[in-house]
Write a new protein. Structure first.
Length: 190
């Protein structure tokens, strides 16, 4: 990154060029530890198919935490989008679409690596990836409501039957049998 960019932390420090990974340049704040990643640099790095495992990342004692506010892009000053990286919404990364920059708060890169998501940034931050995460969150909310209403035992049994049913060659017939009135079901047994 050749432009002189400043961090939005209280020190307003000049971002320094660093290597986030071998061959992955970024700019980091020397005071707060946040990192600005150019997605074009990430794509070049990713195209070389790095082998990246959580094993090479030291155990992170500080976990990534959502800072809870929108931040201005250091390059263009537009507000960056705050995008979740997983359905649990453990934290969000900030992205400036026009500038193709991603802001990572301290420990967020390490958290992405540990979750196996560092090589999937394009997919995660895409519209399709964000829709998938939203669908997963909605499904989890729905499942939680069903468990509260019907209990864990009941829901677990329904899920077990559902998995079993998916493996059956005549699934439609079995579903029809389940939905048939009791009289029709018992006449088929005779």
């Amino acid at each position: 990154m050749t432009t002189r960019l400043h961090c939005s932390c209280t020190h307003r420090s000049l971002l320094k060029n660093v290597a986030l990974e071998d061959g992955l340049p970024a700019a980091a704040c020397p005071d707060c530890g946040a990192v600005l990643l150019n997605m074009d640099d990430w794509r070049r790095w990713r195209s070389r198919a790095p082998e990246l495992s959580a094993a090479h990342v030291s155990t992170v004692t500080d976990t990534a935490a959502d800072h809870g506010r929108a931040r201005a892009c250091p390059a263009c000053t537009r507000l960056m989008e705050r995008l979740p990286v997983d359905a649990a919404e453990a934290f969000r990364v900030d992205r400036c679409g026009p500038c193709q920059l991603v802001w990572l708060d301290p420990c967020e890169w390490q958290a992405l690596v540990q979750r196996g998501l560092a090589l999937q940034l394009d997919t995660l931050l895409s519209d399709g990836g964000q829709r998938r995460l939203q669908a997963e969150r909605l499904q989890a909310t729905r499942m939680q409501a069903l468990r509260q209403r019907h209990g864990d035992t009941c829901v677990d049994e329904v899920l077990r039957i559902r998995r079993w049913l998916a493996e059956q060659p005549h699934r439609d017939e079995l579903l029809a049998l389940l939905q048939a009135p009791e009289a029709a079901a018992s006449s088929q047994r005779n």
